[in-house]
Design a protein around this ligand. Structure first.
Ligand SMILES: [Zn+2]
Length: 142
């Protein structure tokens, strides 16, 4: 069990923790999105301007999250290939079952892919640094 703890990729402090739990990449405590429910279609894409815990500017710069579209594109492509391989097993190259299955799965997973793509994108640029937490370190206050 101790070995498992050492290699646990979901341990706090890892990028995967921030991406899977949709937490701020710097403190890994503040939420990246205003709602926890990805299927709240009015709110699923809303992010706070700053991390409520460490104050990290989550907007970064205008157009920052355009890069997340590339992550989303790669993720969606992988999903399409997997769904096609599953449908191919039962229907072969029949176009209708393939298209129906792919569109259904993409629509159902869209909010999750969207949010996790943004989390992956911001994690490429921000590293875990709990010392910047404004609530337990007054040195970082301006
Ligand atoms: Zn934070």
């Amino acid at each position: 069990m101790k070995f498992l703890k050492l290699i646990n990729p979901l341990k706090k402090g890892t990028k995967l923790y921030s991406i899977v739990k949709l937490k701020c990449p710097r403190c890994q405590e503040g939420d990246l999105f205003l709602t926890q429910n990805p299927y709240n279609l009015k709110m699923f894409d809303k992010m706070p301007d700053k991390c409520p815990v460490c104050g990290l500017d989550l907007r970064r710069e205008s157009g920052f999250y355009w890069g997340a579209m590339m992550v989303s594109h790669a993720t969606t492509t992988a999903i399409v290939v997997i769904v096609h391989l599953i449908v191919f097993r039962f229907y072969g190259w029949d176009i209708a079952p393939n298209i129906i299955a792919i569109i259904t799965v993409i629509l159902l997973l869209f909010p999750i892919v969207f949010r996790n793509s943004r989390a992956i994108w911001i994690n490429l640029f921000v590293s875990y640094n709990p010392a910047k937490n404004i609530h337990n370190n007054t040195m970082t206050k301006k």
